[in-house]
Design a protein around this ligand. Structure first.
Ligand SMILES: [Zn+2]
Length: 174
């Protein structure tokens, strides 16, 4: 499939290792947590806005979920070539708060108004191109088990705990 997007990439060092961020002028294309992931092509070294926004967002996120992140828009995803069903699921998921977890059927209900679409929700999570920014780590099984995470369950557990710690601190009025 030919994409008309001109892709740039940048790297950021974080608490969970180096993250590769790829985007075009319209929005973000990919967030790769692991070097095991296939590195995507890069057409230009332009400092596109989507990458600046995403790097800034990730820096705040990994700076103990800095208060400032609440005032930021979640970085925009480039919608080119993406299924509208998945885009809707990812958008709804992006409205969840730091420290929140929900089940696949909870997310189904928020997107579709019923709880029967947890399978398509699960597929949308597996196909999430931008983990952390689209926070699929917050989606867990209804029985409280973690479920799968394409970037590794250790990272999923880490992120859930990391968010819980930092959102609790904020609510505690320290
Ligand atoms: Zn694009």
């Amino acid at each position: 499939m030919k994409s008309e997007c001109v892709l740039s990439k940048r790297f950021i060092n974080t608490k969970i290792g180096e993250i590769e961020v790829i985007g075009c002028a319209t929005g973000l294309h990919a967030v790769n947590l692991s070097s095991v992931n296939k590195r995507q092509r890069c057409d230009s070294c332009d400092n596109v806005n989507s990458l600046n926004e995403s790097i800034h967002w990730l820096q705040l996120y990994f700076d103990d979920c800095s208060e400032e992140i609440k005032d930021l828009m979640v970085p925009k995803i480039c919608e080119s070539g993406r299924s509208s069903v998945y885009l809707n699921i990812w958008k709804e998921l992006s409205k969840t708060e730091i420290g929140e977890t929900l089940s696949y059927s909870d997310l189904s209900e928020r997107v579709f108004g019923h709880r029967n679409a947890s399978r398509v929700v699960g597929t949308a999570m597996r196909r999430n191109p931008c983990p952390i920014i689209i926070p699929c780590h917050r989606v867990i099984k209804a029985n409280g088990e973690l479920g799968n995470y394409s970037c590794g369950n250790d990272i999923k557990a880490y992120l859930i705990n990391y968010e819980k710690v930092h959102s609790t601190l904020k609510g505690d009025n320290h």
